[in-house]
Design a protein. Structure first.
Length: 225
């Protein structure tokens, strides 16, 4: 039987909605407890699902925001999915197609259980049983190369570029913006842009089918069929 894909999936911004959680904390806590002599916090419409960079925070406000977040017990278990049902769909694909899936993250330490355990609990709560989670530092390309991954799914162009340059893994960038906004090297080095995590899962399935078909043809040629 042909082995399935070996895939790494980023968490925040890819399957887990950190931006909305940070927005909620900024709305609930920082606006209430703001320093009267400090800068006002601009909080966008929550329906727009803003990126953290869109909150228009100063460096001091950002530090204060993270201070509140990381004191919240088991904060990493409280996030919503970027797309409801995406984690469960990934779990079903992994089971059906025999994929080895590794979840990777650079999450800082929050109060409560370890980052790894909080992340595992979150994934299990959303339908992925016994998830493998690796809290990483440094280049994701080197990780992809060392683990001989077939694909990496991430929402940060620089991470995907590292993967494309430093490994043989396919890099799938979850990026709803226009291709013209990407770093020039991303397209040149073969980073594939997809608008959503659902589209990324479609692309992984397509890659797996093409890979399985190619292996099947090679075996048939080997035996003269």
């Amino acid at each position: 039987m042909v082995a399935g894909l070996r895939v790494a999936i980023d968490l925040d911004g890819t399957v887990a909605d950190l931006s909305s959680a940070m927005h909620a904390v900024a709305t609930r806590r920082l606006t209430r407890d703001a320093d009267p002599g400090g800068d006002d916090i601009t909080v966008p419409d929550p329906q727009e699902r803003p990126a953290l960079r869109d909150l228009a925070l100063t460096a001091r406000q950002l530090d204060a925001l993270w201070g509140v977040v990381l004191k919240t017990k088991n904060f990493w278990t409280t996030l919503e999915e970027m797309e409801p049902g995406a984690v469960a769909r990934l779990a079903a694909l992994a089971s059906d197609r025999r994929w080895d899936v590794l979840f990777i993250t650079t999450r800082p330490t929050a109060a409560g259980a370890t980052t790894q355990v909080q992340s595992q609990h979150w994934l299990e709560a959303h339908g992925f049983k016994r998830p493998s989670v690796y809290v990483v530092k440094g280049s994701r390309g080197k990780i992809a190369d060392a683990l001989q991954l077939d694909a990496v799914v991430d929402d940060r162009p620089e991470n995907c570029l590292d993967v494309a340059v430093e490994s043989s893994a396919r890099a799938f960038l979850v990026w709803p913006g226009h291709e013209s906004e990407l770093p020039p090297g991303a397209v040149r080095h073969g980073v594939k842009q997809v608008p959503t995590i659902s589209a990324a899962l479609d692309a992984l399935l397509e890659l797996d089918r093409a890979r399985s078909g190619g292996v099947g043809r090679s075996i048939r040629r080997l035996f003269g069929r």
